[in-house]
Write a protein that binds this ligand. Sequence first.
Ligand code: SF4
Ligand code: SF4
Length: 396
Amino acid sequence: MQYRVDPRGGRVSALGLGCMRFPGFAVGRPDPRAAREIVSRAVERGVNYLDTAYLYPGNEEVVGRVLSELGVRDRVLVATKLPHASCRSPRDFDRYLDEQLRRLRTDRVDYYLMHNITSLGQWERLVGLGIEGWIERQRASGRIGRIGFSFHGSSVDFPVLLDAYDWDFCQIQYNYTGERYQAGTAGLEAAAARGMAVFVMEPLLGGRLADKMPAPARRVLEEASDGDLTTPAAWGLSWVWNHPEVTMLLSGMSSCEQVDENADIACRALPGSMTPAQLDAIARVVRVFEETNRVPCTGCSYCMPCPHGVNIPGCFAAYNASFAHGRFTGMQQYFTASAIRTGRPRLASNCVGCGACARHCPQRIDIPARLADVRRRLQPGPLDPVLRLLARTPRD
Ligand code: SF4
Ligand code: SF4
């Protein structure tokens, strides 16, 4: 395993385990047995950083159980996140941390994050509730090690947030399709210049830079296949690790095979190790990707469930597939993913535009508007009334 230095002290494995995507995550019930195998393999391969969050259903409990059963708590750094939007008084900070420590079966969180801070106003509200003094007390007592935030806001807000507090680290979305998206390259460099550790999430954009990559982009990488860069995942992860400012990247590994594949790449992908020809291939992929990736949905499911039954990530995956692989393929995927054969169709036309989903989307997608695009492209006119009727017919 390759290790990188945390500027505030210590070593972090270049590859971190994002626990959100344990098998079963989509239904909110991570499978403890599968999670145990993945964590065990990751630790065996030298991974020493595990990331979870209060808001990932059932996830902290499973992480705590697995670490306890494997007896490896002292070999890993545990990161989790405060659901700050639910905090109404200083007592809530204690209430959440107490519960998280209980769930994680530990007496300390090594890296504690404000979950998805997107604007200065959110942080200022917490400051008004006394969070700075609370953080200092937790650090003094040893219940919290490093303090940071995860970010899905705009490139304008990011440097403002960096300056708002003496953060130890930040966690940003970063991959080769997003150099100017959210914190972007400028944000990565700004955080590193301030002496912060920078952890990267979504390095493969929820798999869309790996196994779900559009065929035209995949062809570019296949033609450029070079040395160890034989899979789209290897290209995507190596590109992130090529940046010396990146301390660690989180991968949501959901099988031991993925752990092995990513750990192998992590051993070789040193900062500055990509050649100009390899970087040029990435630039060509970005151009292809931009032509086919119409909705930047990562499939995280933060927007789900929709009270009207719309399979939001499924609709967007099919929509993007219709540009990458052809309209017919997209429609096939759309009707399959929408579970029309079960009698409970979850089509874009079910959307009533209530907007309940959009505020949860870290990619800031205007979900109702983009679902209207999906409907126009993938639900041909003549089918529409029938589908609407089906959607309204209760079957259970
Ligand atoms: S806006 Fe549409 S997709 Fe979003 S929650 Fe409302 S009905 Fe569901
Ligand atoms: S629409 Fe947004 S919140 Fe929903 S799955 Fe896609 S990226 Fe995640």
